[in-house]
Write a protein that binds this ligand. Structure first.
Ligand code: TMP
Length: 254
């Protein structure tokens, strides 16, 4: 690993040069951060679980014709991805009021929204990823109107898929964040899904108990994060029968 060229290091993932032109290796770390990096801990096994959960979701999206950067998983912590030009916007889709939306608009946490809402944040750590409008995105050229249409249509399709997937295993998809990138293939440019989808980037509540199965456990200092992520993986059927029977921690097969 030491000889590989590091392309980018984020809070929870590192990108390395890939084996072929146009590819990268995405490495999932165990680092958990919140409050724009103010709170930071290493949580053993988080990267392994997120690699597997994100693989499962992105592979299913690829199979459904929703384009993503995911090519294949390489090992416990790494996946091969297509290199894209990241659009500097976080796209947040919300179904139920929680987090910053509940705070900003004074909504009771848990209120079902009249319809799904898409929000955008400008990716800039120094500014704390501020909420921006479509107008800012197009005026500052972060994405053009046609790209923004593609991004919103991707976000809606991902929301439909994820809501159904999680509802099927007794979890409510409260909200989630995605990132998109430009994939250049010859003369053609396509907007595809990039980054990851995992309990780090979603809010997931148990349908019956409303217990949390996502990074809010860490943000709120509640503990039990690895057990919760492990259960998400188990419910999705990502872990083997043997692993389920053992259920002693986040050890994974393969
Ligand atoms: P928020 O309510 O804090 O704005 O978060 C909305 C959703 O986006 C939630 O599922 C967590 C996710 N998210 C990230 O994945 N990364 C981030 O940097 C932020 C602010 C939110």
């Amino acid at each position: 690993m030491s000889r590989r060229r590091k392309i980018y290091e984020g809070k929870a993932k590192t990108l390395y040069e890939g084996p072929e032109p146009g590819t990268l290796v995405q490495h999932f770390k165990d680092d958990a951060t919140a409050g724009n990096g103010e709170k930071h801990e290493i949580i053993d096994g988080k990267g392994v679980l997120n690699n597997r959960i994100s693989e499962y979701i992105f592979q299913n999206l690829n199979d459904l014709g929703i384009p993503t950067h995911f090519i294949r998983r390489l090992n416990m912590r790494e996946q091969l991805i297509k290199e894209v030009e990241i659009i500097p916007i976080e796209i947040i889709v919300r179904n139920i009021a929680a987090g910053s939306l509940a705070k900003r608009l004074g909504l009771e946490v848990g209120t079902k929204l009249p319809r799904s809402i898409i929000e955008f944040c400008y990716k800039d750590d120094e500014l704390g990823d501020p909420l921006v409008a479509e107008e800012h995105i197009t005026a500052f050229g972060w994405a053009n109107p046609a790209e923004l249409d593609d991004i919103m249509s991707l976000a809606v399709r991902v929301n439909d898929y994820l809501s159904g997937l999680f509802m099927g295993v007794g979890l409510q998809l409260v909200d989630f964040k995605i990132e998109c990138g430009r994939l250049f293939e010859g003369d053609i440019m396509r907007i595809i899904l990039a980054d990851e989808i995992s309990p780090d980037s979603c809010r997931l509540w148990d349908v019956k108990t409303k217990n949390k199965f996502d990074k809010d456990l860490f943000r709120e200092g509640k503990g039990g994060l690895i057990e919760a992520y492990h259960e998400v993986a188990q419910r999705l059927g990502i872990l083997s029968e043997t692993e389920n029977a053992l259920s002693t921690g986040p050890r994974l097969v393969k």
